[in-house]
Design a binder for this molecule. Structure first.
Ligand SMILES: [Fe+2]
Length: 336
């Protein structure tokens, strides 16, 4: 039988591939939208007024941003090294789909892709010409110069889909890469390309991609269901008739676009203690906007919950970019 050899959690935010000087562009955007925060929705001004516990303006200044950016890069390198050291044959990657493969026309809660290859589509400047220059730069790094196909561990993916269905999770199965309106195949989303390009440094390991709708109502899976689904994935790995070594990755998070250090640290402590109740029982209303991506970690934790791994927190880096405490809190951790 296959062996479950470890777990990983990593943020995948676009500011991880942005220069700290450009984070201000995202802060400008933050000023124009309302923000879910601890169960409420607040304007930027209301948020700034509410958040007086820290000097967020100072934390968002360039020297602090540069220090945070440096820590992020060191942490991602360490995570990539940890994966190479563990040397799994297959990586199961749990990532949210943000209208990449999914659309309003079809928005499954959870999809297991079991085709034999995945596409990272070539960067096409035409597709991004109306975006901010810093976002164009991010997109050029997420995509590859040419269309690139990556191998998928289709046999394990199929076994996972069968195991999930047999255990009461009627997940969506996808075997073909979808096409856009112009007839072009659609590349896999940001939660996955970040792993390929930056964490694995373009040296892909066969993957099982699991796409989760963490963002969009009305069918966001609850944290408790995410954990149960993860447990079934873990069972599927251990019952796969293969001698392959498999690791699981949760991609995304932590709190954003309002950083909530207190919440992140409480969740990370629960993970380190192996006491997942605070995560599973957390009010679903907290998992809004980018913070919803923590559900990808919860699925990963479910998968490894029956193993006796220890968590090693590589780093937790709250990357502030405005005086209202907006930004993205980055988390990087290994279970082995
Ligand atoms: Fe994301």
């Amino acid at each position: 039988m296959a062996e479950l050899v470890g777990g990983f959690g990593t943020s995948h935010s676009l500011i991880l591939v942005m220069e700290p000087e450009d984070w201000s562009a995202r802060a400008e955007f933050d000023r124009t939208i309302s923000h879910p925060f601890r169960g409420e929705t607040l304007s930027f001004a209301e948020l700034a007024e509410r958040r007086t516990d820290k000097d967020y303006a100072a934390l968002a200044e360039l020297p602090a941003r540069r220090a945070h950016a440096q820590r992020n890069q060191t942490a991602i390198d360490a995570l990539g090294d940890a994966i190479r050291e563990l040397d799994p044959d297959v990586l199961v990657v749990i990532g949210d789909d943000q209208e990449e493969w999914y659309s309003a026309a079809m928005q499954p809660a959870i999809t297991i892709y079991h085709g034999d290859k995945l596409l990272n589509s070539a960067y096409d400047p035409e597709d991004h010409k109306h975006k901010h220059p810093s976002i164009q730069m991010v997109e050029s790094k997420r995509h590859t110069p040419e269309d690139t196909y990556y191998p998928v561990a289709a046999e394990l993916a199929t076994h996972m889909a069968e195991t999930a269905t047999a255990n009461g999770f009627e997940i969506t199965a996808s075997r073909d890469i979808p096409f856009d309106r112009k007839g072009k195949p659609i590349g896999i989303g940001h939660a996955f390309t970040f792993i390929y390009r930056r964490v694995l440094r373009d040296r892909p390991i066969p993957l099982v991609p699991i796409l989760v709708n963490t963002f969009y109502p009305p069918n966001r899976p609850l944290p408790s269901r995410c954990f149960q689904f993860g447990q079934i994935l873990g069972d599927a790995i251990r019952s796969w008739e293969s001698d392959r070594r498999v690791a699981v990755v949760g991609s995304g998070g932590l709190s954003h676009f309002v950083i909530d250090e207190e919440w992140d640290r409480r969740m990370l402590r629960a993970m380190a203690d192996g006491n997942y109740a605070p995560l599973i029982e957390e009010d679903d209303g907290i998992f809004r906007s980018g913070t919803s991506e923590v559900k990808n970690w919860i699925i990963m934790l479910g998968a490894i919950s029956r193993s006796d791994f220890e968590m090693e927190l590589i780093d937790y880096v709250p990357c502030y970019r405005s005086e209202a405490g907006t930004g993205t809190a980055m988390g990087f951790a290994v279970w082995h």
